[in-house]
Design a protein around this ligand. Sequence first.
Ligand SMILES: Cc1cc2nc3c(=O)[nH]c(=O)nc-3n(C[C@H](O)[C@H](O)[C@H](O)COP(=O)(O)OP(=O)(O)OC[C@H]3O[C@@H](n4cnc5c(N)ncnc54)[C@H](O)[C@@H]3O)c2cc1C
Length: 298
Amino acid sequence: MTPATIRDLLAARRQPTLSLEFYPPKDPLGFGILGGSIERMRPVRPDFVTCTYGAGGSSREFSFAAWELLARMGFTPVVAHLTCVGASRADLVAQIDRIHAAGIRNVMALRGDPPRGETEFTPAPDGLAHAVDLVALIKARHPEICCGVAGYPETHPEAPDLATDLRHLKEKLDAGADYVNTQLFFDNAAYFRFLDAARAAGIRAPILPGLMPVASPAQLDRALAFSRATAPAALRAALQTPDPAAARAAGIAWLVAQIDGLIAHGAPGIHLYILNQAKTVLDPRLAECLARWRKTSS
Ligand SMILES: Cc1cc2nc3c(=O)[nH]c(=O)nc-3n(C[C@H](O)[C@H](O)[C@H](O)COP(=O)(O)OP(=O)(O)OC[C@H]3O[C@@H](n4cnc5c(N)ncnc54)[C@H](O)[C@@H]3O)c2cc1C
């Protein structure tokens, strides 16, 4: 039986987990396309899936609909992302209860980014200022919900330094969070440094590395802009070709090398920011890489 929570899944795992991150469509018509992508990804058999909430100004109602679609299509467990943006404590309680009532037992507890055009995060009146407060609220309301929290191998852009950021990460775990999912990174060295520093700071929870496939310099720039991660010059150079197929192949080759390196060094799983793209996860070179450490038939 599939464990209901990511906490149980990570504790029981015999091999690293594979998780895929989706985002909700921008309009109702997009649900047909999303359903088609999910259907094509069926052979990949991810251990769990996640779906964003309010990211890039997307509709929160559509997040609920996307979580339901993923669950209906058998892509479980589903991790529902939740943010503090524009929500009072009462709004958040209502959302948490609604998630719980929908049978979802995994929440990625996030603060969220400032709305477009604003540079500083301002909590809503009677809202929550940090993800740690959301973790505490979820755990007080429904202790059985498993909470993931965000970690930043290259340090959160608002944090003065890594040590401070890790102190706040530890606070989220001390408040009851169960595991960490990292922001995307393109250089494994950043993850390994972060992991060592986190362990030295007393963080024991599993830290799932987050990776994003990129298939062009423009895609790389978009990923860097929203994540504020950095990219090695070698990746940019490899993507810099007028042949889109060659750029795509270079991006997949980079991703495969990252995955192989992370698995070889004992990562608890791989989280792929796949941007709803079936084409990427079905790429034979990626499939072969995943098959090296996954027995999807068991
Ligand atoms: C895996 C992942 C998934 C994401 N999914 C979404 C999504 O679905 N929707 C969306 O809108 N965004 C999403 N984001 C983006 C995220 O909302 C932003 O990165 C946001 O800027 C910070 O969120 P957080 O949960 O890390 O915040 P926090 O943990 O609150 O940290 C934010 C900043 O405040 C500092 N800090 C934390 N606690 C305290 C404290 N008690 N006192 C003082 N400073 C503190 C931290 O060091 C950090 O600099 C995701 C990010 C990741 C890595």
